[in-house]
Design a protein around this ligand. Structure first.
Ligand code: HT7
Ligand code: ZN
Length: 856
């Protein structure tokens, strides 16, 4: 594998200002004719080298003159034209086979329809091109296809013309007036239905909105459409951003490597993030659709109008856009729950990445395979970095900064430095030190100590950041630390943002009548790990009086960790630690006026096993599962009557708005989970009744999950019933696969082996692969076995999958990355399997990069 370095970035030797593409579609030999307006960029005499992969070259012509084969050099990665004029028209004809494209990058087929995925480097699998984000061109596209098989022909921009041709063919022409990089190109063709609506922009322009999918799914697109309209209005209101074409098309397909793609005017989505109706989608699915629709829409400005200079700048568009979609969801629903859930994702995935062999800054310095860098670090930590900027500058200055950024760089391909500098210019805040967040990897650790005397509280903060591959001796970061002080009777005395930028720093709070309770890192104001010897009494105080839902939840998590962590080594639950959690749970459940039912549901949830593992110095998966399971079982039994009351109180439809109803369901189903964990027949019956009587997938799936992951005696019959009922709904079937693969027991391996041989399992659909192998690899109790058979199974399938879809194979193998952090024999067994994988001679560059870094 070759390594690409940020420091070696060079401007392109040539620019392409106009692209005319003609596609004559056919499953095994699609003809692509590309007509490019090319100009030399600067004074040099270097050759024009175009990227191209898996292409059959038919012809090359410069200024209408055919170029002979001996006048160019072709490799399996490129086409080099040594002597070209300074300005010319280049016409290249190639042939491709979308039907054989199982990598789902470039032009491929999903359920018989044609679609594309060009980010990051898929366009070079369609035609020879300068396939890099800093080459922006205006595109005109003509698509020719059989009318019967492909009545719908779509590309970027606005429709220009369409017509019928000979032999049952028809054609359509599209024009995108906004210059764009090739990664934003899209084409869709096939037998698709659509729903339509419209949006009038703030300047009064009407935009046609359409969502296309297979006819079987068309009745499930209304929520996505409503989400799109809400997103368009939000981006106008909050960022002053208006949509800029006459039409906004979304297409939902079954086979897609990621969640969705923001191609200009023609988003392509994984069906998982479009389709939703109450029968088949849970409340969480509805929220996911809302946020991904918003995310892709927001890219129209943060990514498309202003794009990335190179792929090292990926967080420029992804971190910023994730921040935008997180804020959108927070504005729409419960801000506190959104923050809690986003922090959970960050801790589960990004903290793990930061402590493993693939750790990288949000702007990486190097990569071998760019697809491996669509990571939680670039996305989620990238969003946290923008969130800190927002907090340090304040909302108004931040908005002035983003206005300046969009105005200055519209139509350009820029860097994270350009973004930070725009914020600096607009706000006058010096962000010199803050920039270290872009270049230093690792999760900072903040030690907090407090001292109180003579009415003065001194808060001492110390920061450090662990070494990561290739980076030692990190310099201090600049971060906002939100604090508040509470009086003994629960009054908020002070709330303040501390600007923390030294290795050690002290902050004074004067004139305090008595020792306050200190709340630190409110709203999770910086992506750090806190080392804070807070008393349990203070935690309980914050659970009771904090108005930040995140801190209330975090304080509860800390109480739980204080019960779980010591037991991982002693094997015994400390009775006092247990009693504290038990009493706190009881107090929460008997609070007559819980402020937010969804926050309460989160507070009644123990820290996830993955987070307990992340915090451990050495991971003993069996100990983590055993201790966590024991806590759940004891809490379930001891608090049964409260869980039962909570269930009964919330098993109603008293609320009318969708959000309150969803919060009620969340709380009720949390209670149901504990009730089923008591192992009592009556509660199995209750869950079984809920499963059969449910009027929505949230309740049905919650009951199904609780029962399948318990010792329910009729488990097998229940699993069959679910399958019989939902086998024709692929997204529901994915849930069916995943819930079994996540069974928290050593039995999971046998079940996963069966699932992998199920007639509905396939390695060609990424959602299905994720629902079995992805879910299994995240199953601490099932995957991590003393005999290492979980790892062996995963590697067997990674080897097979690598031949089909290397991007997905590489993501699966990363679950073994953290092998060094495990106790024996797990660590050795994981390493053995990685070494076996590394011995395979025909590995893709994707898997090779992950496995070699994991072993180095
Ligand atoms: N910007 C999109 C990234 C994406 C992608 C990247 C690599 C391979 C396949 C992919 N599909 C989509 C998604 C987003 O962040 O909006
Ligand atoms: Zn994105």
């Amino acid at each position: 594998n070759t390594t690409i370095y940020l420091k070696e970035y060079q401007v392109p030797d040539f620019l392409i200002s106009q692209v005319d593409l003609e596609f004559v579609l056919s499953p095994d030999n699609t003809r692509v004719k590309s007509r490019l307006k090319v100009t030399r960029n600067g004074a040099h005499d270097r050759a024009l080298t175009l990227c191209g992969e898996k292409l059959t070259l038919i012809s090359v012509a410069i200024n209408d003159e055919s170029v002979a084969a001996d006048a160019y050099e072709q490799t399996d990665m490129s086409l080099k034209l040594p002597a070209v004029p300074n300005e010319f028209e280049l016409v290249i004809e190639t042939e491709i086979a979308p039907q054989q494209n199982t990598e789902l990058s470039g032009l491929y087929r999903s359920s018989g329809n044609y679609c594309t995925q060009c980010e990051a480097e898929g366009f070079r699998r369609i035609t020879y091109f300068l396939d890099r984000p800093d080459v922006l061109a205006e595109y005109r596209v003509r698509i020719v296809a059989p009318k019967a098989a492909c009545p719908v022909l779509l590309s970027n921009g606005n429709p220009v013309a369409q017509g019928d041709g000979p032999d049952g063919l028809h054609w359509a022409q599209w024009h995108d007036p906004h210059p764009k990089p090739s990664y934003l190109f899209a084409l869709v063709a096939g037998d698709l239905q659509f729903i339509e609506d419209q949006f009038t922009t703030m300047s009064g322009r009407d935009v046609a909105l359409k969502i296309y999918t297979q006819s079987a799914y068309i009745n499930k697109c209304a929520h996505a459409m409503a989400s799109l309209k809400r997103s368009m209005a939000w981006d106008e209101r909050v960022y002053g951003r208006e949509y800029d074409l006459d039409i906004y098309n979304i297409v939902a397909v079954d086979d897609f490597n990621m969640g969705a793609m923001e191609n200009k005017g023609l988003n392509v989505f994984n069906t998982k993030y479009v389709l939703a109706d109450t029968d088949t989608a849970t409340d969480a699915d509805y929220e996911a659709v809302e946020s991904v629709i918003a995310h892709e829409y927001f890219h129209n400005w943060s990514g498309n109008r202003v794009t990335c200079r190179d792929w090292f700048q990926l967080s420029l568009k992804e971190g910023f856009t994730v921040f935008r979609d997180q804020e959108y969801s927070a504005d729409l629903g419960s801000r506190a729950v959104k923050r809690i859930q986003d922090v959970q994702v960050l801790r589960a995935f990004q903290f793990k990445e930061d402590s493993g062999p693939m750790a990288h800054p949000i702007r990486p310095d190097s990569y071998q395979e760019i697809n491996n860098f669509y990571t939680a670090t670039v996305y989620q930590k990238g969003a946290e970095v923008i969130r800190m900027l927002h907090r340090l500058l304040g909302a108004d200055a931040f908005r002035r900064g983003t206005d300046l950024y969009f105005a200055d760089f519209d139509g350009q391909a820029v860097t994270t430095e350009d973004f930070v500098h725009a914020l600096e210019r607009a706000s006058g805040v010096d962000l010199t030190q803050f920039r270290r967040w872009y270049s230093q990897a690792g999760t900072p650790i903040i030690k907090v100590e407090q001292h109180f005397g003579d009415g003065v509280l001194t808060l001492s903060l110390q920061q450090s950041c662990p070494d990561t591959p290739g980076q030692t001796d990190k310099l201090p970061f600049h971060m906002p630390i939100e604090v508040a002080l509470f009086s003994p009777d629960g009054k908020k005395l002070v709330a303040q943002t501390l600007s923390f930028n030294q290795a050690e720093q002290q902050f004074r709070f004067d004139n305090l009548a008595c020792k306050p309770v200190v709340s630190v890192l409110r709203y999770f104001s910086a992506p750090v790990k806190l080392e804070y010897k807070q008393s349990n009494a203070d935690r309980l105080h914050l659970i009771k009086y904090e108005d930040d839902g995140f801190v209330r939840w975090e304080s509860m998590q800390q109480l739980c960790l204080a019960m779980i962590q010591p037991a991982l080594t002693t094997g015994e639950l400390d009775p006092r630690a247990y009693q504290r959690v038990r009493d706190a749970f009881e107090a929460l459940m008997t609070d007559p006026n819980p402020s937010d039912k969804a926050v309460l549901a989160e507070m009644l949830t123990l820290p996830p096993a993955a987070y307990i593992a992340e915090l451990a110095s050495r991971v003993d998966p069996a100990a983590i599962s055993a201790v966590r399971d024991r806590c759940i079982e004891r809490l379930a039994k001891d608090l049964e009557k409260y869980f039962h009351a909570l269930y009964a109180d919330n098993n109603t439809a008293l609320d009318t708005d969708a959000q309150s109803l969803a919060a009620r369901r969340m709380l009720k189903n949390r209670a149901l989970f504990y009730l089923v964990e008591t192992g009592q027949t009556a509660y199995y019956a209750l869950a079984s009744h809920q499963y059969h009587a449910a009027s929505n997938m949230t309740d049905r799936l919650a009951a199904f999950t609780a029962l399948v992951q318990s010792h329910y005696p009729d488990r097998d019959a229940l699993i069959s019933d679910f399958y019989e009922t939902w086998q024709h709904e692929p997204l529901v079937l994915d849930k069916w696969f995943a819930i079994q693969a996540m069974r928290p027991s050593s039995e999971a391996l046998r079940e996963v082996e069966d699932l992998l041989h199920h007639s509905d399992f396939t390695l060609t659909n990424p959602n299905r692969v994720r629902s079995v192998l992805g879910a299994f690899s995240g199953n601490l109790a099932g995957f991590h076995r003393l005999d290492g058979k979980g790892y062996a199974l995963l590697v067997d399938y990674v080897i097979k999958l690598d031949q089909i879809n290397p991007q997905i194979a590489a993501r699966l193998v990363s679950s073994l990355n953290s092998w060094r952090r495990f106790t024996e024999p797990y660590a050795s067994r994981m390493r053995t399997e990685l070494a076996r994988l590394n011995m395979v001679s025909q590995l893709s560059s994707d898997v090779r990069e992950v496995v070699s870094k994991a072993l180095s």
